[in-house]
Ligand binder design. Structure first.
Ligand code: ATP
Ligand code: MG
Length: 261
């Protein structure tokens, strides 16, 4: 019975560094969890609208988006779109870039998304929030609404530097705004095992963060990069690709982690 299921677990996919694989992770995790029988809402919290387009929704033709939801002019149920890949998307487009300014004038501005999500938490098993590459009011809304943060990262030298800013932000949000928030894990993406530096950084991550590093490693895989232009998540675009298999494994690993809570 759907009504007996526990309310949704909410996860932000965040990293203030640009182009590190947040959206690819958000879209493919949403699709993988849907394949595994979970009810999933993917919230696109980035004015770039990449998760929206990558899920097959034309961001230019939307009447209601996450923007109207954040400023209290729409409900998630009215703005969310069910996509063929088996999950729902709360879409975004450039309009969302105005939200930073609108939110400044609102009370409880960091909890707008949390409030909106509370209305639909019973409808889903997982709510995934694709954050923009900033530590902005939008990302703060994501962190305030979430139970956990998943950080995708490339195993490059400078990746570790940026990580401490994000980890500190997560700690501060945990201490001041959202005591439920925790770091779920670091996901190594676009991994190329032939590169010695990547192996070294990967080993450093494991020794420093221990079991906060997901066991799944997502390889650099061209099929994952091609999929968004077809509006289909990589896990469905070419199921036999190494990238698709890795994200399916990641979906299973997420489900297993949550069971331990
Ligand atoms: P932004 O900070 O702009 O939101 P992002 O962190 O969401 O970026 P993505 O858009 O997911 O990053 O990925 C950046 C680019 O890398 C995209 O072109 C994407 O298709 C490609 N990419 C992501 N993951 C992989 C992978 N495992 N293998 C190959 N290409 C990948
Ligand atoms: Mg993105």
């Amino acid at each position: 019975m759907a009504s007996k299921r526990a309310p949704a677990r909410i996860f932000c996919i965040a990293n203030q560094k640009g182009g590190v694989g947040k959206t690819t992770t958000a879209v493919n995790l949403a699709a993988a969890l849907a394949v595994l029988g979970k009810r999933v809402l993917l919230v696109d919290l980035d004015p770039q609208g990449n998760a929206t387009m990558g899920s097959g929704i034309d961001k230019r033709t939307l009447e209601k988006t996450v923007y109207e939801v954040l400023i209290g002019e729409a409900q998630i149920r009215d703005a969310a779109v069910a996509v063929e890949s088996g999950y729902d998307v709360l879409p975004a487009n450039r309009e969302l870039s105005g939200a930073e300014i609108d939110l400044v004038q609102m009370q409880a501005r960091e909890s707008q998304l949390k409030q909106a999500i509370s209305e639909v938490a019973g409808d889903y098993d997982f709510i995934l929030v694709d954050c923009p590459p900033t530590l902005s009011m939008l990302t703060l809304n994501g962190l305030t609404a979430a139970h956990g943060v998943v950080i995708p990262m490339q195993c490059e030298y400078f990746a570790l530097e940026g990580l401490s800013d994000l980890v500190n932000t997560v700690k501060r949000v945990h201490a001041n705004i959202n005591p439920e928030l925790r770091l779920i894990g670091l996901l190594r993406v676009m991994f190329d095992p032939r590169m010695t530096l990547q192996q070294q950084v990967s080993a450093q991550l494991e020794s420093h963060f221990g079991d906060k590093v997901f066991r799944t490693i997502v390889p650099r895989n061209v099929r994952l990069a091609e999929a968004p232009s077809h509006g289909i998540p990589g896990v469905l675009y070419d199921k036999s690709s190494r990238g698709a298999k890795a994200y399916m494994d990641f979906g299973k690993e997420m489900i297993a982690r949550i069971k331990k809570w």
